[in-house]
Write a protein that binds this ligand. Structure first.
Ligand code: GUN
Length: 279
């Protein structure tokens, strides 16, 4: 059965809108895009549209590919000090001449809607309340929506990125799953996957997870958004063959993607409350 990320995302955005309608001051999100990455442009457009839907003030700043690191750091400093802005998102990847770690670390941790700042990542590591990065946060909601009990379940995460793999492994662990992290150097990946009750695939290779790698009745979360030569989108999981074998699977598109955006809207409201001293 499909897990409908679009529907869940809509429900969350409606809840946020109801809350935002009651606020005197609008939450504000700044989205910074550097360069011409086509996928990034699409993601940024989705983020802006979501802001309009929930009633946020959104500020999109598009910088040229040859923008210097110093210029970007100056912009972030301005946004850190801007009273209308509660969340700052710098779309990744950045051009090669810019040090992403330095840029992320320059964002006020209380405005870090991505949850990528080392302070927020560190808090996640030790289980303190913090801003949690959007895709992993959305994935946990998708799993919870199936009503399966994560307690003691075998969860396999394929991919070890800072954006998805590492934080989702920590969140699954917080939910008492037994977590195995697999990656490009993992030996006998198939064996690990066949043991899994939950698989989170975040490898960036189209149709990588095949039907013979998954256990019957497994829950599959497909984080991949791979553009094929014919222009269509494919996930990291071979949806057509895997779908009938498993209990739940997120489709691509319409699964994880919309929930990433919904989580971003949630995080922006959380940052707003911190910055404005509400609650
Ligand atoms: N690029 C791909 N995913 C993300 C994300 O969640 N946040 C940002 N800032 N950039 C990304």
């Amino acid at each position: 059965m499909d897990i409908n990320g679009r529907e869940l995302s809509k429900k969350i955005k409606n809840e946020i809108k109801d809350e935002v309608d009651k606020l005197d001051k609008k939450p504000g999100l700044a989205v910074v895009l550097v360069g011409e990455n086509p996928a990034s442009k699409v993601y940024v457009r989705h983020k802006e549209k979501a802001c309009q839907k929930v009633g946020y003030f959104s500020k999109k700043i598009v910088l040229q590919d040859n923008t210097s690191e110093e210029e970007l750091l100056t912009l972030i400093d301005e946004l850190n000090n801007d009273n209308l802005i509660h969340g700052i998102l710098v779309q990744l990847p950045l051009p090669k001449h810019i040090d992403s770690d330095k840029v992320i670390s320059s964002i006020n941790p209380n405005k870090d809607v991505d949850g990528f700042h080392p302070l927020n990542m560190g808090k996640l590591m030790i289980g303190q309340k913090t801003i949690i990065s959007c895709t992993p946060k959305g994935i946990i909601e998708l799993i919870k929506s199936t009503k399966i009990d994560m307690n003691g379940k075998n969860a396999v995460v394929i991919g070890r990125s800072n954006i998805v793999g590492k934080p989702i492994a920590l969140l699954l662990l917080q939910n008492n799953a037994t977590v195995t992290m697999c990656h490009s150097r993992t030996k006998n990946l198939k064996k690990h996957c066949l043991d899994a009750d939950i698989i989170v695939a975040a490898v960036g290779i189209p149709n990588f997870v095949k039907e013979d790698m998954v256990k019957k009745d497994c829950v599959i979360i497909d984080v991949g958004i791979n553009r094929l030569d014919d222009g269509t989108l494919a996930g990291d999981v071979d949806y057509k063959t895997v779908h009938d074998k498993v209990s739940f699977i997120t489709p691509v598109p319409g699964g994880v993607g919309p929930m990433t955006i919904a989580s971003l809207m949630r995080n922006t409201l959380e940052c707003y409350k911190i910055i404005e001293g509400i609650e």
